[in-house]
Write a new protein. Structure first.
Length: 363
């Protein structure tokens, strides 16, 4: 059992090497079968797709479509709630080999160790297993994707965008009536497959090109924000043109959690050499840049780098009561190791157009 951010715990399955090898082989087989079926708005755990592709799709969809409302939906404890019988039913639509189906069912029931005895899983997919992500995609393909795409075509009165990454779903609606009706039907749809929306993380908010104007007219202040894949999304207007833009900033809670982990690791490395610690921090900061260095997020990145500098300086000063280093000299040291802050991801529209040029809007 490992701790979660909200204070609860969840089981983590650490499989033996032989199981990992066989599961990866099965993943290759399942990908070859289901990649032809998966919807274009599904981005999680698929070859050639990643978090930034989903983030680009959210920004481009809200900007280019007539989106005025956003439903930020999160399926409650999805990996722990997947029903084994439903998973096997979905797999049997495309797989006829009973040996493979029997092997997958065994993986689903492997369970976790509690002391000296094993507790088998009756529901849910093992978190940490190589095969779990694609099983989750298959489950949601039938439980959500196909239904949502049909609902969009037959029931909606205006524009709708859908972006799903694993169990995190963002939907944009032109009309509030469509959004409320979809949310109501979504509850019923998921309940049929033993799933529920998270009551605290699922929200319908006014968001889009007219959100600032409409909320100001109603006396409600600034538009609400939503979190998706590590970024908080804000409504804003470009300084140079006044056009509507979406600003993405690192989620504050995630930023504080990362700094807390760095502080703990610096304390553990208190007596390591400056060079070794500097090289480690260089890798950490470069990894942070590789993910969070998007347009509009520069203030959060500068803040993160500054806080890391402060933590390292405090750590060095704790090494000896007689040792002292001023800020100017310390900055010269960090400049040797800290990567240069620069934009590493293009504007969402440019990359989205490059990735989807010549393809069907659905695929």
């Amino acid at each position: 059992m490992i701790p979660k951010a909200d204070g609860s715990e969840r089981p983590l399955n650490i499989l033996c090497l032989e199981d990992k090898i066989v599961q990866q082989a099965v993943v290759y087989v399942l990908e070859a079968i289901y990649e032809a079926d998966f919807m274009g708005f599904s981005y999680g755990f698929r070859p050639g797709r990643g978090q930034h592709d989903a983030l680009d799709a959210v920004s481009v969809g809200i900007i280019r479509k007539q989106i005025n409302w956003v439903l930020d939906a999160d399926i409650q404890q999805f990996f722990d709630a997947m029903d084994h019988d439903w998973i096997m039913t979905f797999l049997q639509h495309r797989i006829g080999d009973k040996r493979l189906l029997r092997l997958i069912r065994k993986w689903l029931k492997v369970g976790v160790m509690n002391g000296d005895h094993a507790e088998r899983n009756e529901v849910g997919s093992p978190q940490g297993a190589v095969v779990s992500p694609i099983l989750a995609n298959i489950y949601l393909h039938y439980a959500f994707d196909l239904w949502a795409n049909t609902w969009r075509k037959r029931r909606a009165c205006g524009d709708i965008i859908i972006i799903r990454y694993a169990d995190d779903v963002v939907l944009g609606f032109e009309h509030e009536s469509d959004a409320q009706l979809f949310q109501q039907h979504l509850h019923q749809r998921l309940k049929a497959f033993d799933l529920n929306l998270h009551p605290d993380k699922t929200r319908l908010i006014r968001f889009g090109r007219y959100a600032i104007r409409d909320r100001k007219r109603l006396g409600l202040g600034k538009p609400e924000t939503f979190d998706f894949l590590g970024f908080t999304h804000y409504c804003s207007n470009a300084r140079w043109s006044g056009n509507f833009i979406i600003v993405r900033k690192t989620i504050k809670k995630r930023l504080r959690a990362t700094l807390k982990r760095i502080k703990a690791e610096l304390r553990r490395r208190l007596h390591d050499s400056v060079v070794d610690t500097g090289k480690w921090l260089s890798r950490v900061l470069q990894g942070h840049l590789n993910y969070f260095s998007v347009s509009g997020n520069s203030p959060s990145i500068w803040l993160f780098f500054t806080e890391v500098r402060k933590l390292w300086l405090k750590s060095l000063r704790r090494r000896s009561q007689k040792a002292y280093i001023n800020w100017e000299n310390f900055v010269r040291i960090t400049n040797r190791f800290f990567p240069r802050i620069r934009l590493l991801h293009p504007h969402p529209c440019y990359r989205f157009d490059a990735r989807t040029r010549g393809r069907s809007p659905v695929r």
